[in-house]
Design a protein around this ligand. Structure first.
Ligand code: CP
Length: 304
């Protein structure tokens, strides 16, 4: 039985294969319509979500399966003090696979030790979000035609942005990747990513606070939201929340084939005028999330 807790749980070959399957689903969705008939997905979301939860649910429905679950801790027995371990032990008797989001780092790992069925980490605190990373990789592969030889700018909240952490881990395994880390000093990349991955693996990177100065160098610009829910102090959030706002004016200096990604939800960090720019990929990216989750559900359920 396989779980997906961290993107590094998957080999590069497995990621490439998931991307191939997702591309095939996009081309021929009818071929997958009954693949999960009779199977049940439980979505246990202890934290808010739109894309991740609903794309998992849409994925299972499109595979012909069923969905059960909850979308907030308050509507589950967690509100009465039940532990994650007990919740998962019980739900794993009701479902064939579980997607779980939790505000505490490591909660899906704990769940995987108690579950009788595969656990998918759908986001744990500021730590990891591996299915967002699969979504990002599918988006990059489809928009750029490759996952190698790319200069990737990561902009915004690199400290609490779990999607950034998982994306760096994943992309560091491909050849010719350079990172440009754009953030205020207070929100820069945690040392366990910078030292243990970038430095350790000898991946080229630069750090800057100035988006406009580097935008012309980028093949991918991955914008992120400042993660209000992870701040201890509201004054700090208010001071930092509008550190970067991508506008058509700033994009004037960017490459014509830049791809702009954002895991969404967006707050202010990309102005709505940018949505009309052909380089804006973030709504396609949200759609691709459904297809890669279809591929992942089939893989973890060992469905051919
Ligand atoms: N990208 C993402 O995880 O979005 P949701 O929080 O809406 O699931």
């Amino acid at each position: 039985m396989r779980d997906l807790i961290n993107i590094m749980d998957l080999s590069t070959e497995e990621i490439d294969s998931l991307i191939d399957v997702a591309n095939h689903i996009i081309d021929d969705p009818e071929a997958y319509a009954g693949k999960c008939a009779g199977k049940k997905l439980a979505t246990l979301f202890f934290e808010p979500s739109t894309r991740t939860r609903l794309s998992f649910e849409a994925a299972m429905y499109e595979l012909g399966g069923h969905v059960l679950g909850f979308s907030e801790a308050q509507s589950s027995s967690a509100a009465k003090g039940e532990s994650v371990a007990d919740t998962v032990r019980v739900v794993s008797g009701y479902a064939d696979i579980i997607a779980m989001r939790h505000p505490k780092e490591g909660a899906p790992m704990v769940a995987s030790m108690k579950s009788l069925v595969p656990i998918i980490n759908a986001g744990d605190g500021g730590h990891n979000h591996p299915t967002q990373t699969l979504t990002d990789l599918l988006t990059i592969a489809r928009k750029k035609g490759r996952l190698t030889d790319l200069t990737i700018g990561l902009c915004g909240d690199l400290k609490f942005g779990r999607t950034v952490h998982s994306l760096i881990e994943a992309m560091s395994r491909y050849e010719g990747i350079k990172f440009v880390l754009i953030s205020p000093p207070e929100l820069d990349l945690p040392s366990y990513i910078r030292d243990d991955i970038l430095e350790e693996e000898g991946i080229p990177y630069v750090e800057t606070t100035d988006l406009e100065n580097v935008i012309g160098d980028l093949d991918i610009l991955y914008m992120t939201r400042v993660q209000k829910e992870r701040f201890f102090n509201e004054a700090d959030y208010i001071r930092l929340k509008d550190s970067y706002i991508l506008t058509p004016k700033k994009l004037a200096a960017a490459k014509p084939d830049l791809s702009i990604l954002h895991p969404l939800p967006r707050v202010n960090e990309i102005s709505v005028e940018v949505d009309e720019d052909p380089r804006a990929c973030y709504f396609d990216q949200a759609l691709f999330g459904k297809y890669i989750r279809m591929a992942l559900i089939m893989k973890l359920l060992q469905i051919d």
